[in-house]
Write a protein that binds this ligand. Structure first.
Ligand SMILES: [Zn+2]
Length: 289
């Protein structure tokens, strides 16, 4: 995790950092270094001003919960959209029906000032950034998706599941190195979406489109070499292979394309099965039956 100060070991930086490139990353790191002491700084300050949470488990039960912080003024529309469309609540419900992490893991909507989505193992908190939503919407709109409401909701869902994958790696103390954990988190996101059938497949397609658009806009020479995630097109292709492998009959258009060439298509069913079964094995202690 070379680009993250040691105080932030464990935080990881998601789509926003990948997308906005090196200049922004540099700014983010400067802000973090300048703004955080040993007590953690901004990234550790979550003070929900509104803890209303219809998706919280009953008192005394641990699990995934949703919280919202008051947005910065520039993020009010995005925060209102998130509350209205409720992708975090939907994700928390799906997660809660699937696993029991045995402790509270909060999914917190907040103004992140460009930090990007992340899971913080110190606080067991997933942050979903209001400020990312406007960026995602603009990216989709530049790519010809208008309105992009459903796409933005889908990206939030995939992001929550990805970060939940990190949270469960932490809870279960799974022995991944950094890059392997990122890939496992992507596989977890695919698993949770593909468990939801056609709707989840549609959202996974939107997540792939976001990676594809992001990659198309990126200056290849200026790619953020410090991002611990796989390159966007690799993540897109891996998601497509899982999607096709899980449901080839519903997704024939995905096969034999530049992202999913013929030589890979043949192995996607097995690749998906391995990914699913590996997670189910790791999750066995906390799976709900
Ligand atoms: Zn990650």
């Amino acid at each position: 995790m070379a680009h993250i100060p040691s105080a932030y070991a464990g935080l990881e930086w998601g789509r926003a950092v990948t997308r906005v490139g090196r200049a922004w990353v540099g700014l983010v790191v400067v802000v973090l270094v300048g703004g955080c002491g040993s007590s953690g700084g901004d990234a550790d300050e979550v003070r929900p001003t509104d803890a209303k949470d219809s998706s919280s488990p009953p008192p005394g039960r641990a699990g995934f919960v949703v919280r919202y912080e008051e947005p910065a003024s520039a993020d009010r529309d995005a925060a209102s959209f998130l509350r209205a469309r409720r992708p975090m609540e939907a994700a928390v419900e799906a997660l809660g029906a699937f696993v029991d992490p045995g402790r509270e893991i909060a999914v917190v909507g907040r103004s992140c000032g460009g930090e990007g989505s992340a899971y913080d193992p110190e606080t067991r908190r997933i942050q979903v950034c209001y400020d990312d939503l406007a960026d995602e919407r603009a990216l989709f709109e530049r790519g010809g998706h208008r309105p992009a409401d459903d796409e933005v909701v889908a990206v939030v869902a995939e992001t929550v599941y990805h970060e939940a994958g990190h949270a469960l790696v932490d809870v279960l103390r799974l022995p991944f190195d950094e890059r392997a954990e990122e890939d496992a988190a992507d596989r977890f996101a695919a698993l949770l979406l593909l468990r939801q059938g056609v709707d989840g497949e549609r959202q996974l397609r939107a997540a792939v489109e976001e990676y594809r658009l992001s990659a198309a806009e990126a200056d290849r020479a200026d790619r953020d070499a410090k991002d611990e995630h796989a390159p966007d097109l690799v993540r897109a292709a891996d998601h497509l292979c899982r999607l096709y492998g899980a449901a080839p009959d519903r997704n024939p258009d995905l096969a034999n394309t530049s992202l999913l060439p013929r030589e890979r298509v043949a192995g996607c069913a097995a690749e998906w099965t391995r990914a699913r079964d590996a997670w189910l094995k790791d999750l066995a202690p906390i799976l709900r039956r």
